[in-house]
Design a protein around this ligand. Sequence first.
Ligand SMILES: C[S@@+](CC[C@H](N)C(=O)[O-])C[C@H]1O[C@@H](n2cnc3c(N)ncnc32)[C@H](O)[C@@H]1O
Length: 260
Amino acid sequence: MPLLSLPKEVAVGTAMLGIAFATGVLAGKRYPSLIFGTPKSSKSVIGKNSPLWQYILDHSLREHPILKKLRLLTMEHPWGRMMVSSDEAQLMANLVKLIKAKKVIEIGVFTGYNALNMALVLPDNGRVIACDINEDYAKIGKPLWKEAGVEHKIDLRIKPAIQTLDELLANGEAETFDFAFIDADKESYNEYYEKCLRLIRKGGIIAIDNVFFGGNVVKPRKNDLAVQSIHRLNEKLLRDSRIGISMLPMADGVTLAFKL
Ligand SMILES: C[S@@+](CC[C@H](N)C(=O)[O-])C[C@H]1O[C@@H](n2cnc3c(N)ncnc32)[C@H](O)[C@@H]1O
């Protein structure tokens, strides 16, 4: 089957969205699938059951034991599939280390797998400004941030991420960050990108997750606001002379924007 041809999985994902929507509405809850679309594991470029996927993990993954613990714990959560994939997180950690980052932003923390992943490679005085609207998710990861001895490096800000980014800018922190990872509500991606671009220094990196949105960006439906938003940003980034760009076929697509 071609790598991007996942009709069955997409159909299952869509059905799950319908069920999540119905259940969410009935329970009066705001379900993440409404905001983020189909779960991550149904959106990998390389199928998670593929022998090649296993080969990649067997030959490249060096996961810290406490990260592994958090990954396994998160997978038990009903929305565990929102978690960033471990190979992608490892790329983030390598980039953070390579550019000797001290201040990083994560937009969309969930249980904090990638926040912990980045905190583990930051210097002791480094900081992850970790933005989310849901504290319950982060409560799952917090004990493990502590067990890993890096809790003090993760500054969790529970409010809409736009508000946190505006506060950082108002606080005079423009051009003081080294790295940003955007992984929350897709409709706000352009705003996140613009604010992060102001917050990071020249030579800093913005990583943007889910830029393929399950392959849907190839033929974005007019009424799908999340896909439209990502597709528009993808088009804009190609022509954005403020950055260098690489779009990687990893997980659900990751774009790296290098601030020039
Ligand atoms: C895909 S998950 C993030 C996964 C995470 N990066 C990881 O390491 O596993 C998306 C997260 O974005 C959060 N979110 C959604 N809308 C948000 C908003 N407006 N501001 C901040 N966080 C938001 C959700 O609560 C959810 O935890």
